[in-house]
Design a protein around this ligand. Structure first.
Ligand SMILES: Cc1cc2nc3c(=O)[nH]c(=O)nc-3n(C[C@H](O)[C@H](O)[C@H](O)COP(=O)(O)OP(=O)(O)OC[C@H]3O[C@@H](n4cnc5c(N)ncnc54)[C@H](O)[C@@H]3O)c2cc1C
Length: 386
């Protein structure tokens, strides 16, 4: 089987790696270098955790992905995943965290329910007045995202894949390279009008998918912020775990790789065109600081080291998009990471590779077209029923 993949983010590069290491022919195309900041996968770190409420599919997928990231580490010789552990702050006895605990326990995934006092020992300071309990995932942590995407592409090439710098548009069942302004700026000498064909052509174009396929792939592209605070040595990770406050729509990590303590408001931000420059960050700082004063009092006045903007590409129900085009036999679409897709890359790729070969069909909920708004697999910041 020969597969053309457009998009070398976590989804496309994982698929290229998965197919190429199985001995199949792969052409992987991207308008940028893998790991570019303008792509959604281009940040330094992304959380990896198995908690997905009651959802068994995503729970199992994250666990499988963890094993595959380890295989990529072994192949590439790089430390790409750091198991700093993850704490989920449960304001309710019967919310997302309790559902996650049941789903993980059913699949034999390590997790512990800690009372608030025990949970507080995980952090240099933790406000626990509103907490029912803390759900701790000891084997969760962080993937070094940008480096992981680069390693995926590099290992795909090591297994025989061709990596092409170029901008492509769909042309029937093939991909046509175009001399767009972005391509000219970042690719230089690629032939305009070159046609790429394969047994399958997979469009894994992240926030750009809506522009390529319109209403068939309705993704909302939003502006999101990550803020990094100087917490001093006490807040270094490993040592301090990652954390998610599902109901309060905040998440973060300790200070990994001296980037600072990462804190992000997870509410859906304003729209941001995929081709627009990433704006300066800082708009969410007042709300993030109010949260810090409440949850991590020692960080209330910590200096802001840096802020970064990036894009979410949200499906309405935060389920991924992975399906064959309804009218084009060889064209497939892969995306809709919805703010929680990074970690799943290699596991989703395995599933997609199997479907491309005529194996198990992809889950119906990954289908194309309009969807009803559903509960978010990220936090309750959006996609949540009122
Ligand atoms: C702030 C933030 C925090 C996040 N936190 C987490 C987290 O903690 N855990 C987690 O699991 N996930 C997280 N996510 C989500 C995750 O990062 C994304 O779901 C995932 O990276 C999406 O990957 P992708 O491959 O679909 O898209 P992308 O990484 O955007 O890749 C798409 C690629 O396609 C290329 N492309 C597009 N159009 C064309 C074209 N026409 N021709 C050629 N190339 C093209 C682009 O250049 C790009 O490289 C977060 C996202 C953000 C923004």
């Amino acid at each position: 089987m020969q597969t053309v993949i457009i998009g070398a983010g976590t989804f496309g590069a994982s698929l290229a790696w998965s197919l190429a290491r199985a001995g199949e022919e792969v052409v992987l195309v991207d308008q940028f270098e893998p790991g570019d900041r303008r792509a959604t996968s281009g940040g330094e770190s992304r959380l990896i955790r198995c908690s997905h409420g009651a959802d068994a599919l995503y729970t199992a997928s994250a666990r499988r992905a963890r094993a595959l990231w380890r295989e990529l580490e072994a192949e590439s010789g790089e430390e790409l995943m750091v198991e700093i552990g993850m704490a989920w702050f449960a304001e309710r006895e019967d919310g997302w965290e309790a559902e996650s605990e049941r789903a993980m326990t059913a699949q034999g995934i390590p997790c512990e329910r800690l009372d608030p006092a025990a949970g507080a020992k995980l952090f240099p300071s933790l406000g626990t007045d509103d907490l029912a309990f803390v759900l701790y995932e000891p084997e969760a942590g962080v993937v070094r995202a940008q480096r992981a995407v680069q390693a995926l592409a590099r290992q795909a090439v090591a297994h025989g894949a061709h990596l092409v710098r170029g901008h492509a548009v769909p042309d029937g069942d093939s991909a046509m390279l175009t001399a767009s302004a972005a391509a000219a700026a970042s690719c230089g000498a690629l032939a305009d009008g070159e046609r790429l064909e394969g047994d399958a052509v997979v469009w894994a174009c992240g926030p750009w998918l809506g522009g390529l396929f319109g209403e068939l792939v309705p993704v909302t592209v939003t502006r999101q912020e990550l803020l990094f605070f100087d917490g001093g040595p006490a807040w270094r990770s490993p040592g301090v775990p990652g954390w998610v406050d599902y109901d309060l729509a905040m998440y973060g990590t300790g200070d990994l790789d001296e980037l600072g303590v990462k804190v992000a408001l997870d509410r859906e931000g304003p729209p941001l065109d995929p081709d627009a420059d990433l704006p300066a960050a800082g708009a969410t700082e007042p709300e993030v600081r109010a949260y810090l004063a409440h949850r991590f009092p020692a960080l209330a006045d910590a200096p802001l080291k840096e802020g970064r903007c990036c894009r979410y590409e949200l499906s309405a129900d935060s389920n991924f998009i992975a399906a064959r085009h309804p009218e084009l036999e060889r064209t497939w679409v892969l995306g809709g990471g919805s703010g929680h897709g990074f970690k799943h890359g290699p596991a989703l790729a395995e599933r997609v590779a199997d479907a491309l070969r005529g194996g198990e069909p992809l889950p119906e909920r990954f289908g194309l077209g309009a969807r009803a708004i559903g509960r978010s697999f990220r936090t309750a910041g959006s996609n949540a029923p009122a």
